[in-house]
Design a protein around this ligand. Structure first.
Ligand code: C5P
Length: 137
C-alpha cells in the first residue's frame, strides 16, 4: 500500500538588504520548531493570500516594517522535505522598506554580510539559499 503524500506548506521569506549590503536574519524563538536556528524572516501563506501579500503582512507583524509590493524583487525557491510536510519557500529580495526593523517575535536579529551568513546555523530549507545570496550580492 502506498503512503499518502506529505502536505505541501508554502512559506515566503525575504532577504532584506541594507545600504551596506548586509542581510537580515532572525533567530527562531524558544517554543517554536527549530528554535535557536537563524532564518530569513517571513512565514506561512494563509489561504486566499497571494505570496507577496503574505510577505508584506508577516514583515509588518514580525519586524514592524512596511514593504511596497513593487519593491519585492525576483526570488529563488527553496524546498525541503521535513518529516511531516514538504516546505516550499520562495525567497524575495528587498532593499527598500519604511519603518525601523524591530525585534517583535524572534529571539534575536542580526545584519550579516553575505560571506558571513554561513557562520549562523539555519534550518535545512534556508541554508542552501546562503550560497545563492553570496554569489548574487
Ligand atoms: O515560522 P513557522 O513556524 O510558521 O514556519 C512553519 C515551518 O516552516 C517551520 O516549522 C519550519 O519547519 C519551516 N520554516 C523554515 N524556514 C523558514 C521559516 C519556516 O524551514 N525561514
Amino acid at each position: 500500500m502506498s503512503e499518502a503524500p506529505l502536505p505541501t506548506v508554502l512559506v515566503v521569506a525575504v532577504a532584506l538588504i541594507d545600504v551596506d549590503g548586509r542581510v537580515l536574519i532572525a533567530q527562531r524563538p524558544e517554543g517554536k520548531a527549530l528554535a535557536g536556528l537563524w532564518e530569513f524572516p517571513g512565514g506561512k501563506v494563509e489561504p486566499g493570500e497571494r505570496p507577496e501579500q503574505a510577505l508584506i503582512r508577516e514583515l509588518n507583524e514580525e519586524l514592524g516594517i512596511d514593504v511596497n509590493e513593487a519593491c519585492l524583487a525576483p526570488f529563488v525557491f527553496a524546498s525541503h522535505a521535513y518529516e511531516s510536510f514538504h516546505l516550499l519557500m520562495p525567497l524575495y529580495l528587498c532593499r527598500r522598506w519604511s519603518g525601523v526593523v524591530t525585534k517583535r517575535e524572534h529571539a534575536a536579529l542580526a545584519w550579516v554580510k553575505p560571506n558571513k551568513l554561513s557562520d549562523y546555523p539555519m534550518p535545512p530549507a534556508d541554508a542552501p539559499l546562503v550560497a545563492w545570496l553570496r554569489d548574487l550580492l
